[in-house]
Design a protein around this ligand. Structure first.
Ligand code: PEP
Length: 251
């Protein structure tokens, strides 16, 4: 299984800035991209096409949409569909990111609807899960992860191609804070996630990627990516600069 080195650019970068960062990244990585790694960027919608065009000439580089709506088209002001994302070169879609859950108010059920709709509409989906600090302090990590997984995947077909569904474990307290979950915590959460996936999808769950996200940096990525059941990373802040993201990709 190839490791997925994913970047979430959130609401950062204009068209020119996004294209320059993408071009720098392709130049920095060039032929050095290891066989077992893939690169994925979630740019803002406004630069999806620009970044996708840069990546179209580079093997192993993909773009995805940070969000999408659960219809093909219609009177849904401000929304964008998987069909539109694919039209501008997106292969992936992101669901359940903590900012959409906790800043924009999306609940588990809606995130589940998006995850199954995105897959059935032909996107590969990365579903984010993760506990808040108070849930961690209250010993509720597994309870939260299990609920987010079972509701988030409730309508996903059991026939899903396992290569099309990835989970990103992102403890909310580690996102953008400089705090990273320790190796034991990551191993435990990823093993638990794999166990739940196996209970839903059977053996094919071993082919689903589980990414870690939360203050991944060039200095800690090598250790994290080598842990059991860590099949990639999802990076926010450190992915905004081509230099630091290229070091993470090659870590
Ligand atoms: C994220 O936004 O998904 C993320 C993990 O951010 P950061 O790497 O900045 O913690």
């Amino acid at each position: 299984m190839k490791k997925l080195m994913a970047a979430n650019w959130k609401m950062f970068k204009t068209w020119d800035e996004a294209r320059s960062t993408a071009e720098e990244l392709v130049d920095l990585i060039g032929a050095k991209l290891p066989e077992d790694r893939e690169i994925l960027i979630f740019p803002p919608f406004t630069s999806l096409k620009g970044v996708g065009d840069v990546f179209s000439k580079a093997e192993g580089f993909f773009v995805g949409g940070q969000d999408f709506y659960i219809e093909e088209e219609g009177a849904f002001t401000g929304e964008i569909s998987p069909k539109m994302l694919k039209d501008v070169g997106s292969v992936y879609g992101l669901t359940g990111h903590s900012e959409r859950r906790h800043v924009l108010g999306e609940d588990d059920t809606y995130i589940g609807n998006k995850t199954s709709y995105g897959l059935s509409a032909g996107l590969k989906v990365v579903l984010c899960i993760g506990e808040k600090l108070e849930e961690r302090k209250g010993g509720k990590i597994e309870e939260v992860l299990e609920r987010q997984l079972r509701v988030g995947l409730k309508d996903v077909s059991l026939d899903v191609d396992p290569k099309n569904l990835s989970i990103a474990y992102e403890p909310v307290w580690a996102i953008g804070t400089g705090e990273v979950a320790g190796p034991e915590e990551i191993i435990k959460a990823h093993a638990f996630t794999r166990k739940i996936l196996l209970s839903i999808f059977g053996e094919k769950a071993n082919e689903m990627r589980i990414l870690y996200g939360g203050s991944v940096k060039p200095g800690n990525c090598g250790e994290i990516i080598a842990l059991d059941n860590v099949d990639g990373v999802l990076v926010g802040g450190a992915s905004l600069h081509s230099e630091s993201f290229s070091q993470i990709i090659l870590a």
